[in-house]
Design a protein around this ligand. Structure first.
Ligand SMILES: NC(=O)c1ccc[n+]([C@@H]2O[C@H](COP(=O)([O-])OP(=O)(O)OC[C@H]3O[C@@H](n4cnc5c(N)ncnc54)[C@H](OP(=O)(O)O)[C@@H]3O)[C@@H](O)[C@H]2O)c1
Ligand SMILES: [Zn+2]
Length: 335
């Protein structure tokens, strides 16, 4: 299964990734750099091209000690695997090779984006962050392997330098967020069901860990693509299920609910010990007509999971996307 790819870049207003000077140009502000650090902490591998290593000499490490400790508590290494794409040996003095060797390994790979991702998948990598530079972004976007793009526009003009480019494709805007003076634009690519289900799987990564319950993410989307609600396990309370918290936020009289789709990383529960109302029942009560899920509930905490069967018996269309099962399982690695 191909890993999920998040491409991340900061650009100037005029679309440049860097200026033409040999000095490293940091485009976005401290708050955005901290956000990028959090994104790094959420992946299994960070990919850059040799051009970026030569130009910027990055370390490619999770900077925050708290985030590194959190990764260790989740059974991961303190910082993701560092991957440099190059057809040549990397300068042995590069910081990606000399620094942080106690917290992350570095590998040098070559090949097409598909081949590189296949090799990484073979090493258990499920989430990848591609950080650039210009040639690598263009190659990954052109190969159609980018699932999510996080583009930050910094408030300056540069005039000359490497540009952020791709090849013709439509992107779907998920979110715009002002971060101090920077603006984050979040896009996804691909067909609607895969996009929204991958987004639900990303929300599952936000769940506070629990030894006795699953980490699940959920997005409720109207037929016109409007997000009606999002949720993840234990969001407001330790007993919360993702679908339950998402549906808590929707107006039950909203006329868009019968035409809406509920995307969930794990099959909605059909039996439950923690609370009297199951998520399958919450979905039926909300009148939602379609459910898309990645992972069928393994029979760990209940005898015979029957959420999907209950929904189908009540006339709800249930679609399973097993190609996203690794992504759905990732925050549940201890299972
Ligand atoms: N603003 C941002 O967010 C951001 C982030 C990162 C970088 N940047 C900027 O981007 C610029 C660097 O961009 P760039 O286009 O010059 O370089 P790049 O994309 O970082 O790296 C290009 C190099 O990577 C290697 N490469 C790429 N794809 C490969 C593949 N599939 N297999 C094997 N090797 C592969 C090749 O190296 P070899 O020649 O060694 O084979 C190629 O020359 C710098 O100015 C940097 O500051 C900006
Ligand atoms: Zn549930």
């Amino acid at each position: 299964m191909r890993p999920h790819v998040l491409a991340s870049a900061a650009v100037s207003i005029d679309g440049f990734l860097d200026d033409a000077s040999p000095r490293r140009l940091v485009l976005s502000g401290a708050a955005d750099l901290d956000r990028v650090d959090a994104e790094r902490a959420g992946v299994d591998a960070i990919v850059v091209g040799a051009g970026t290593v030569r130009a910027d000499d990055p370390r490619l490490l999770v900077r925050s000690a708290d985030r590194r400790a959190d990764r260790v508590a989740r059974g991961l290494g303190p910082s993701p695997l560092r991957v440099v794409l190059s057809t040549h040996p990397v300068d042995p003095a590069a910081r990606v090779l000399t620094e942080g060797r106690d917290v992350a390994d570095t590998v040098v790979l070559h090949g097409s984006p598909h081949e590189v991702l296949e090799r990484l998948a073979g090493h258990g990598v499920v989430r990848v962050m591609v950080e650039g530079g210009a040639a690598v972004h263009r190659a990954f976007l052109g190969a159609g392997v980018v699932d999510e793009l996080q583009l930050v526009v910094a408030p300056r003009l540069v005039g000359e330098g490497p540009r952020f480019t791709g090849t013709p494709a439509s992107a779907h805007l998920l979110e715009t967020r002002a971060i101090d003076a920077d603006v984050l634009l979040r896009y996804r690519f691909g067909p609607a069901d895969a996009r929204w289900l991958a987004e639900a799987c990303s929300l599952a990564e936000r769940c506070p860990p629990s030894p006795s319950a699953f980490s699940v993410g959920c997005v409720v989307v109207a037929a016109d693509g409007t997000v009606l609600a999002t949720g993840h396990s234990r969001r407001d309370d330790v007993l919360d299920h993702a679908e339950e918290v998402a549906l808590r936020d929707v107006d039950r009289s909203d006329p868009r609910l019968p035409g809406a789709t509920l995307y969930t990383s794990l099959e909605p529960c059909g039996q439950r010990a923690s609370r009297p109302v199951t998520c399958a029942q919450h979905i039926l009560d909300a009148g939602i007509g379609r459910v898309v899920m990645a992972w069928r509930e393994p029979p760990l905490f209940v005898g015979h999971p029957s959420g999907a069967a209950r929904l189908e018996a009540a006339g709800v269309e249930v679609v399973e996307c097993p190609e996203l099962v690794d992504l759905a399982r990732r925050p549940n690695r201890h299972r």
